[in-house]
Design a protein. Structure first.
Length: 215
């Protein structure tokens, strides 16, 4: 048997599972399972749910895993744990997602339905693009970056590691010699229209996007 794991049986994991299932449908020896550290049920949406240890101990011929956890920091820790255990990562790409010309993509990608990476973008490790998001030409996406649904990332935008871009955010295009920059660990709120660089670690909201200041 070839065992394929979706790490995380919460909302996003349950959305990723059907994509993986379709992807490996031509492999008669494939079995797709959820891997979760707090197994809530033995079966989730018709798939076995097992602990990480059970996944590693399963007598499968081959095994590979995808990290379907929205939080980039948690994803990085899990990636290190999987690497320590010698696991391979499987990239998950919805059938109707697209990656066009000359866009190198690092390991761990999840491209949900109706997503596009256009041409000459560079994609870091364990990038998630949730439904209806796109990354346009000449963007550079760092490691463990997360796009919620419907993110419009226009050309020449550079997003550093661990940034989170909320639902429906629009990122203004940069220029080849002056890309729009979203700093490491920054959060762009849902619906934000980002017209200026966002410093590392800062949360921005609104149109035009401004730092979210809490009392
Ligand atoms: C920006 C965000 C991270 C802030 O979260 P938070 O720190 O928990 O902030 P709070 O919910 O306490 O809100 C603080 C204030 O900001 C406002 N606010 C929150 N998110 C906002 C947004 N996206 N745009 C405009 N205002 C927003 C709230 O109304 C609140 O205003 P108030 O103090 O006048 O009542 C969050 O609201 C957000 O947009 N997350 C992305 C969600 C998403 O896309 N999920 C996808 C799941 S797949």
């Amino acid at each position: 048997m070839n065992l394929y794991g979706v790490y995380g049986a919460s909302g996003f994991g349950r959305e990723v599972m059907p994509l993986l299932r379709v992807q490996v449908a031509n492999d008669p020896e494939a079995e797709c399972v959820f891997v979760d550290d707090s197994v809530v049920a033995d079966i989730v949406n018709g798939h076995k749910c097992m602990t990480f240890e059970q996944f590693l101990g399963h007598p499968a011929k081959t095994r590979a895993i995808t990290l379907a956890i929205g939080d980039g920091g948690v994803r990085e820790k899990l990636a290190a744990k999987c690497e320590m255990a010698g696991l391979d990562f499987i990239a998950v790409r919805a059938k109707n997602s697209m990656a066009l010309d000359e866009s190198p993509i690092a390991e761990g990608l999840i491209l949900c339905g109706f997503t596009t990476i256009t041409s000459n973008a560079t994609i870091g490790r364990h990038f998630h693009a949730n439904i209806y998001s796109y990354v346009a030409h000449d963007c550079v996406i760092g490691d463990f970056v997360t796009f919620a649904p419907g993110v419009m990332c226009n050309g020449n935008v550079h997003i550093e590691e661990h940034a989170y871009i909320g639902t429906g955010a629009v990122l203004r295009q940069g220029k080849p010699d002056k890309p729009l920059k979203i700093g490491a660990g920054a959060i762009v709120g849902m619906g934000a229209v980002v017209t200026r660089d966002v410093p590392p670690g800062v949360t921005v909201v609104g149109n035009p996007a401004k730092p979210l200041i809490k009392d």
